[in-house]
Each structure stands twice: as C-alpha cells, then as structure tokens.
Design a protein around this ligand. Structure first.
Ligand SMILES: Nc1nc2c(ncn2[C@@H]2O[C@H](COP(=O)(O)OP(=O)(O)OP(=O)(O)O)[C@@H](O)[C@H]2O)c(=O)[nH]1
Ligand SMILES: [Mg+2]
Length: 354
C-alpha cells in the first residue's frame, strides 16, 4: 500500500524589464546621443531538494510561486536590476508532474539538488543598444521577454516516521485525529480501524508522519484479530508510540501483551525506541491518573506520558517528544550511512525515499 501526499501549485518566472528610450540631455550639448538602458532579467523559478522537509504540507498553505520581474532600464545608460530568483524547496523523493498528472517532469532524489525550472524573461534593449553608424538617434527599444508560467502537481510517497500501536480501542485513531488533519474512523468498538491511516503532524517548524494501524491483540502473531499483518507499516518508522487505555483493569498487562506481540513479530520492531502513553486521562482526572502512572512506572521502570486524545491534554508535549526522537533517530541513521552512499542509492531505487 502506498500513501501519497500531493499538492497542486502554480509557478511563474519573472518577466524581463523593458528597455528604455532616452536621450542624453546636458547644457551646451546639442545632440546628446541615445542613453536608454536595457531592462533587467526576470527571476528564475528554482526547485531545490531539501532533506529537512518531510512532507508537502506547506504547499497546502502556499500554492502560488511568482519570481520577481526584471526592472526597467532607465536613462543615462542605467540597466534595470535583475529580478530575484525564487527557490521552491521540496522534500527528497518529490516528483513534479504535469497538470494532467500524465507526465513526470522532474524527479528529485538527492539532498541539495537544484534545477532552474522556469527561466525568467530576458530584459529588453534600451535605445542606446540600437545606435549604429547610420542611425545615431534611434528611438527603438524593446519590451522585456515574457515570463513562463506552469501548473504542476507535486507528489511524494510518504513513509511513516512514527507508528501508533496498542490494543483495540486504546484511542490510536483519536490520537492521530488530535495531532494531524487526518480523519480516521473512530468508534467505541474494537477493530474500528481496518487499514492504516497516515497523518502529517506539524509542530513548530518540523513536520513528520504518523501511522495509525489496526489494534493488536494477544495472539496477533498467530493471526488472531487482524493479526500482525499491518506491523509491516511500522517496520521502517523511527519510533513507536504505544498507547494504553488508562481506564482498563490492568494497564501493565496490556503493555506486556503488545510487547510480546512485537517480539514475536521480529523484524527489529521490538528494538525500536518506544514512547509509552497512558491515554484517556480525562476520564479519571489528574490525581488518579498520576497514581496509575506511578504504579506503572514501578513495574515497567519507565514513566509513561499521560495524555488524552479527546481533551488534548498532554498531546502537544508528547508530539514534541516524538519529533525529538524522530530527528535523533534520523540523524543517527544518516551518520551510519555516511560513507555508504551506494547503499543509500539502492534503498532509493526500491522506492524508499529517505
Ligand atoms: N474519554 C476518552 N475517550 C477516548 C479517548 N481516546 C479515544 N477515546 C474513545 O475510545 C474509543 C476508541 O477510540 P479509537 O480512537 O477508535 O481507538 P483505536 O485505538 O483507534 O481503536 P481500533 O481502531 O479499534 O484499534 C472511542 O469511543 C473514542 O471516543 C480519550 O482520550 N478519552
Ligand atoms: Mg483505530
């Protein structure tokens, strides 16, 4: 199953500035020659591939990219200034498609890659340019060259950075809905979620992708419930967010059930960094929730985060924590890869974008 993030944007380079028609004027100089300067070049649209971006979420807010026009030429042989280029930054793995999505115009695969996508128009000539031996006082000048404009689709295959796991009804989909624009189905019965949902989380200037997968139950590795077939979706994530319903009889037992399924599944899933959360604290209140967290910490040795996907309590704090771990894990992964560039490319060739 592929998850795609896409956005339609319009880009326009700058048109060239017009040349100028002007003649030199000075006291006692009767026939000052032509001195109209040329127009400046319009700015280019440059596409740049950047590893600090993960998603196309920013393109939901800004869809028009227009580079600056070239300035007009002026008298006294002054050339107009060039328009500034506009750099459109996209994540690694972004494809640029034609407006009808039929054709891939560009595929950005490497950090720092830069292309001039649309060229700005050249500036027009001022009348000084047209001065010849036979025409000493031309009045001719040209307008700037037109800009280029195009509508394209940006498309990115999404790979989850974090996976939300837990028993059915733990509130995984509610948590995803509380932290992203995703609208997964939420209901008060087990196995509401039948397929993974992805959500893009934006926290300050960092964005990452969370996957909400169907609930696991004891024996999932033997095919019980929906089995463990969706765990593949969290195999490549940097972190697991383990949600436990705080209102159930034994949160510690619930924790162990999931841990056991992760170990049985293998594939390195059980070794991933895990952030443990007791969810639905709104139902118990702060004091009781803290008590349960104390008991939990005593038996597991880790202090769980207390959150409520419904009231939003603790969610923002948790998202910062998740973002921190993702950043750190990605950096670590990158450091490991340093010097193994070929390997990184082979990974890309399989369609894994980072
Ligand atoms: N009071 C309270 N109820 C919650 C909270 N989070 C989820 N719920 C409720 O718990 C029920 C299950 O929520 P879901 O988000 O569908 O749970 P899930 O883990 O995605 O469930 P599955 O997809 O079946 O595995 C729903 O009735 C939610 O309204 C919470 O923080 N507080
Ligand atoms: Mg769900």
């Amino acid at each position: 199953m592929k998850f795609l993030d896409q956005a339609k944007i319009m880009m326009q380079s700058g048109e060239g500035g017009a040349g100028c028609c002007s003649f030199h004027r000075e006291k006692f100089v009767e026939y000052g020659g032509p001195d109209g300067g040329n127009g400046g070049r319009g700015g280019d649209i440059i596409i740049e591939c950047a590893k600090d971006l993960n998603t196309l979420v920013d393109f939901r807010y800004a869809q028009h990219f227009i580079a600056e026009k070239g300035h007009h030429g002026m008298g006294r042989n002054r050339t107009g200034a060039d328009g500034k280029d506009l750099v459109v930054r996209v994540p690694i793995g972004t494809e640029i498609l034609s407006a009808d999505k039929e054709e891939v115009l560009m595929d950005l695969t490497t950090d720092g890659q830069r292309f001039v996508f649309l060229k700005g128009g050249d500036g027009g000539f001022g009348n000084a340019h047209y001065k010849t031996a036979t025409n000493q006082a031309p009045e001719k000048f040209t307008k700037g060259w037109p800009c280029q404009e195009i509508e394209v689709w940006l498309r990115l295959k999404l790979i989850a950075d974090g996976g939300i796991i837990g028993l059915p009804n733990a509130g995984k989909s509610t948590f995803l809905a509380a932290s992203s624009a995703a609208k997964p189905k939420i209901a008060d019965y087990p196995f509401t979620t039948l397929h993974p949902n992805l959500g893009v989380v934006k926290i300050e200037n960092y964005d990452f992708i969370l996957a909400d997968i169907p609930g696991l139950i004891e024996g999932a590795h033997q095919g019980l419930g929906l089995g463990d077939r969706f765990l593949g979706h969290v195999e490549r994530t940097a972190v697991l967010v383990h949600l436990i319903d705080i209102t159930q009889d034994d949160p510690v037992a619930a924790y162990h059930i999931i841990r056991n399924e992760l170990s049985e599944y293998g594939e390195g899933v059980a070794e991933k960094e895990e952030i443990i959360c007791l969810n639905k604290t709104d139902t118990l209140g702060k004091e009781l929730s803290e008590d349960i967290a104390d008991q939990f910490e005593k038996s597991i040795g880790v202090r769980p985060h207390l959150i409520s996907g419904v009231s939003g309590d603790g969610v923002r704090h948790l998202l910062f924590k998740i973002a921190d771990v993702i950043r750190r894990e990605k950096q670590r992964h990158e450091d490991e890869e340093t010097g193994k560039i070929d390997h990184a490319y082979s990974v890309n060739a399989e369609g894994y974008n980072r």
